[in-house]
Unconditional design. Structure first.
Lengths: 298, 258
C-alpha cells in the first residue's frame, strides 16, 4: 500500500506581517474575579517529561548541491514514551524566517515521504525518508525546519504544554561565492565567574555573504615576538546572512606578566565535514596591568 | 542584525525598555559559546548527483517535570487558580514551575518558549500587537506572561517583577507565535523578528555545555555545572488589565537543532 504523501506546509511568514494601526493594549478592565483555569492537559507529557519528547536522528542535515541535483536521506524517529503515541510532522520554511531574505518555499525543493501524523508504539522507531531536488537556477541557500512532536490530549479550559523537536535541513548551492564574514568587534576580558585567571576573547562576527557559515579559527597571543598561547574559537553555531553572532575563545592566563600583548585572530568557516575556508583576520593589542585588569589598546 | 534593531524616533519609556529587552536578547544569543567539534559525524544521505553532505547522529532528550512551588512535589497542573483582577502588574506566580533537562550532543541547539494561542492573527484593534501568555474566553481578553530561569531551585518561588526591567529582576516577556511588529516601535517586535535575534530562547548549547538565559547576570547567560544539569523555569502573569474570564493557552517548548 502506498502511504507516501507530501506534508502540508505551514509557513507563517505571510501571516505575520500585516499593517496595523490600533493600540497595544487589548481587553478592558472588568470583574473583580478572574476565573483562571490552567491545567496541564498533557499531564503525562509534562509529568513524565522525557517520555513525551520525540528523539530524532540526525539532528542536522547540511547539503551542498548544484541546480537540478537530487539527494535523499532518512530521519529515524523514536517514540521514547512507554505507550503508543501519535507523532506529528510539520515543515516550516526557515531561510526567510531567520534571515528575512527571499528564499525558496520547501515545496520547491523538499519532500518528506511520510504521513504528517502517524502512530508509533512504545519504544518503537520509524524511518522517515526525505527527498531534495534543487530547482533550475538554484543559488544561495534554502533551509527548512522539520518539527516532530507528540500531541497530548486536550482538556477543555486547560493549558496545553507541548514539546517539539526541530531538525534543520540546509541546502547550499555548490559554487556559491557567498561565504563572507567581517569582524565587527573583538574584545578581551577576564572571566568574572572563573576562580582561576581565565582570559576570554569575544569576537563579534557578521555574515556578509549569502549562505550560512559556521565560523571557527584561532587566536594566537604574543608578548613582543614571543608566542604565549593559542586559543581556539568555539565552533558550531551557524550565523545566517544579515545576522551577526559573538563567538568566544578562552585561554588560561595565570602566569601572564603585566604588559602589552598582541592577539592575532584568524577566522575560517568550518563545515560539518571539516572543510575549511578562510574568512578573515584581525589583530588587537591589549595591556594587562598590575592589578590584573585588562585594557584594550586597539 | 543588531544595527537593524536600532532606529531612531523618540519612544515612551516603557517602549524603550522593551527595546532594551530585545537588544538584551540579541546579546544573550550572541554570547552562545559553542565548543566541541562534531564527535560523530556520519553521512546518512543516499545521494544522486550530490556534491557534499553531512549530518549528525544524535543523542537528544528534552525532559520536563511540572512541580509545585510549595513543596516541590509533582503537580498535575500549571495553574494560577482564581485571581483577582486589577492590582499591581506582574504580581502573580502560578502554583507550579518546570524543571527542565536537556541532553543534546549536536553541533548546536537552542531551546525556545512561546505561546501559540491563535489560529489566525488576531485583530490588533482588539488584541494589540503582543499576545504572549494566555487568552481569555471574552473577546480581547488576554493575560501577558513572562518567564525566568534559574540554575537552582528557588524556595518559595522567585520574586515577581516587571519584565520591562528584566536586567534587574531576570524576567523576560513570553512571546506568542502570532505577535506582530508594533509600528510605533523601532525594534522588530514580531515573533519572527524576535526569534531571529534570540529573544525566545531560554537556553542554548552544544554537547559540551548548556547555558541558560538570565538577563540579570553578567554575560546575560549562565553555564550549567554540567551540560545535562537541570534548570528551573518559572512563569508569572500580569492580571492587572485582565477582565473576568476563563484563560487558557498553549505554551510550546521547542528544542531546535542548529
Amino acid at each position: 500500500m502506498k502511504s507516501e504523501i507530501i506534508l502540508h506546509y505551514e509557513d507563517n511568514k505571510d501571516k505575520a506581517f500585516r499593517s496595523f494601526s490600533s493600540p497595544l493594549k487589548g481587553g478592558e478592565k472588568g470583574g473583580s474575579i478572574i476565573k483562571f483555569i490552567v491545567s496541564v492537559v498533557v499531564a503525562g507529557m509534562f509529568l513524565s517529561g522525557a517520555n513525551a519528547f520525540v528523539s530524532v536522528s540526525p539532528t542536522v542535515v547540511e547539503l551542498t548541491m548544484k541546480s537540478g541535483d537530487k539527494a535523499s536521506g532518512t530521519f529515524v524517529v523514536v517514540n521514547t514514551k512507554s505507550e503508543k503515541a501519535e507523532v506529528t510532522i510539520e515543515i516550516k520554511e526557515w531561510w526567510n524566517n531567520q534571515t528575512r531574505l527571499p528564499g525558496l518555499s520547501p515545496e520547491e525543493w523538499l519532500t518528506i515521504r511520510s504521513k504528517n501524523k502517524f502512530k508509533l508504539g512504545a519504544g518503537k522507531s520509524r524511518r522517515i525518508r526525505y527527498d531534495v531536488k534543487t530547482p533550475a537556477g538554484f543559488e544561495g541557500e534554502a533551509a527548512a525546519m522539520i518539527f516532530f512532536s507528540i500531541e497530548g490530549a486536550q482538556n477543555a479550559g486547560g493549558m496545553n504544554l507541548q514539546l517539539r523537536h526541530g531538525i534543520p535541513i540546509y541546502v547550499i548551492a555548490r559554487g556559491n561565492d557567498g561565504m563572507k564574514a567581517s569582524v565587527k568587534d573583538c574584545n578581551v576580558y577576564f572571566v568574572q565567574s572563573s576562580t582561576s585567571s581565565m582570559l576570554e576573547f569575544s569576537v563579534d562576527l557578521e555574515n556578509n555573504g549569502n549562505v550560512h557559515i559556521r565560523p571557527g579559527g584561532s587566536i594566537s597571543i604574543y608578548s613582543g615576538q614571543k608566542h604565549i598561547d593559542t586559543a581556539a574559537l568555539e565552533w558550531g553555531w551557524p550565523v545566517y546572512p544579515t545576522r551577526s553572532h559573538i563567538y568566544n575563545a578562552r585561554v588560561p592566563a595565570e602566569s601572564w606578566a603585566a604588559g602589552v600583548y598582541t592577539a592575532n585572530l584568524e577566522v575560517e568557516n568550518v563545515t560539518m565535514n571539516g572543510e575549511k575556508t578562510a574568512l578573515g583576520s584581525k589583530t588587537i593589542q591589549f595591556r594587562i596591568v598590575e592589578d590584573g585588569k585588562i585594557e584594550k589598546i586597539n | 542584525m543588531i544595527g537593524s534593531m536600532h532606529s531612531s524616533a523618540k519612544k515612551p519609556k516603557e517602549e524603550k525598555e522593551m527595546k532594551r529587552s530585545i537588544k538584551l536578547a540579541v546579546a544573550v544569543l550572541a554570547v552562545a559559546t559553542l565548543a566541541s567539534r562534531i564527535v560523530c559525524a556520519e553521512t546518512s544521505v543516499a545521494t544522486n548527483n550530490i556534491s557534499a553532505s553531512a549530518s549528525i547522529t544524535a543523542v537528544n532528550t528534552l525532559t520536563t517535570e511540572l512541580l509545585k512551588i510549595a513543596d516541590n512535589t509533582l503537580s498535575a497542573a500549571l495553574a494560577f487558580g482564581n485571581v483577582s483582577s486589577g492590582g499591581t502588574a506582574w504580581n502573580t506566580l502560578p502554583e507550579s514551575y518546570v524543571k527542565v533537562t536537556v541532553q543534546d550532543n549536536s553541533v548546536a541547539w537552542r531551546l525556545r518558549i512561546y505561546s501559540d494561542n491563535y489560529d489566525t492573527a488576531p485583530s490588533t484593534a482588539v488584541y494589540g500587537y503582543s499576545y504572549g501568555g494566555l487568552r481569555g474566553d471574552v473577546t480581547g481578553s488576554k493575560v501577558p506572561m513572562a518567564w525566568l530561569n534559574n540554575t537552582t531551585l528557588i524556595a518559595g518561588g522567585p520574586a515577581v517583577g516587571n519584565p520591562v526591567v528584566g536586567t534587574t529582576n531576570g524576567w523576560i516577556f513570553l512571546k506568542d507565535e502570532k505577535d506582530v511588529d508594533d509600528p510605533l516601535l523601532a525594534d522588530d517586535q514580531s515573533f519572527i523578528g524576535s526569534d531571529a535575534v534570540g529573544y525566545t530562547n531560554i537556553a542554548f548549547g552544544a554537547a559540551s555545555y548548556t547555558r541558560i538565559v538570565r538577563p540579570n547576570v553578567t554575560g546575560l547567560s549562565e553555564e550549567l555545572t554540567t551540560p545535562t544539569a537541570p534548570f528551573y523555569l518559572y512563569t508569572e502573569g500580569d492580571f492587572s488589565s485582565a477582565p473576568a474570564a476563563t484563560y487558557t493557552g498553549t505554551i510550546k517548548l521547542e528544542l531546535l537543532n542548529q
